[in-house]
Ligand binder design. Sequence first.
Ligand SMILES: NC(=O)c1ccc[n+]([C@@H]2O[C@H](COP(=O)([O-])OP(=O)(O)OC[C@H]3O[C@@H](n4cnc5c(N)ncnc54)[C@H](O)[C@@H]3O)[C@@H](O)[C@H]2O)c1
Length: 268
Amino acid sequence: MSEQKFLEGKVALITGAGSDGFGRRMAKAFASKGSDLVLNDINEEGLKESKKIIQQQYNVKIKTIKADISDSGQVKNMAKEVFDTFDNIFLLINNAGIDGGLYSSLKAKEKVYDSVMGVNLKGAWNVTKSFFRNMKRQRQFKPVRGKIINIASCAGTQNGLNPLIGIYSASKAGLIAFTKLWALELGSSDITVNAISPGVFLTPIYNNDPKLIRQFLDSRNVKLPIDKIGDPDWVADIALFLASPQANYITGQNIILDGGMTISINKF
Ligand SMILES: NC(=O)c1ccc[n+]([C@@H]2O[C@H](COP(=O)([O-])OP(=O)(O)OC[C@H]3O[C@@H](n4cnc5c(N)ncnc54)[C@H](O)[C@@H]3O)[C@@H](O)[C@H]2O)c1
C-alpha cells in the first residue's frame, strides 16, 4: 500500500454527509486516499448528490444510508446494513449536527432541547455505541484498529460557550467530554478518539451566507485574528491528518480550528 493511499481497504462512515458542508468534504478527502465510504444523512437527495460527485472523481465503493441518528433503532439498522456490504469501519466520523435556532439555554423550548441534544449528543453516542465493538475486533489494521472523529464546535469550549445558541453550546461541550471519555475507554483497544472544533465556516448550516456569519460575529463583538471565514475543506484537511498514520499517537484531543476566534472572545 502506498503512503499516498493510506486508507485503501478501509471504510469511513460519515454522518451528516448529505450536504456540501464538512460531511461531503471529508468524504471526498478520505476517498482521495482510497477509502470506501458509508454516507449517512436524513436527506436522501443530498446523499445521492454526494455519491454522484465523489464517484465522478474517485473509484471507491460508496454506500448511502438514510437514517436519523437520534433514533437508536434506525442506527442499529444502519449498522446491520453497513456490515452486509463492508467488513470494517476504520473511520467513524460523528459529523451530523443541528443548531436549533437562536435561543438562550433557559429560554429554549423543550422541543428544541430534545432535537438538538438528540442529534448532536445522543446521535453521536448512538452511532459510536453501534460500531465500537466491531472496531475493537479490527486487528488487521495494527497498530490502530479504528479512529473516531467527533465534529464538535468552538461553542462547546470554555472560551467559546455561546449564550445565543445555548443548547447547541451545551451539546457540543458534551461531545467534547464524550471524546475524552471514549478515548479513555477505547485506548487499550487501539482506537483513537479526537474532536475537531470549528469556528465559523461557510456551509449550509449558515445558508452558505457570509453576511449571516459576519452578523453573528458582530453580535458577539468578535474580530477574528485571522480575519477570514473558514472553508469547509480546511476541516476535511484536519480530519485527513487525524485519519493518517502520522496521528496514530493523538487521542482524547479537541483540535480548535477557528482563526483565533476563541482567543479573541472576552466579552459576554
Ligand atoms: N459550519 C460551521 O461553521 C460549524 C462550526 C462548528 C461546528 N459545526 C458542526 O459541523 C457539523 C457539520 O455541519 P455543517 O456546517 O457541515 O452543516 P450542514 O447543515 O451542511 O450539515 C449537517 C448535516 O447533518 C444532517 N443531519 C441533521 N440531522 C440529522 C440526523 N438526525 N441524522 C442524520 N443526519 C442529520 C443534515 O441533513 C446535514 O446534511 C455539525 O455538527 C455542526 O454543528 C459547524
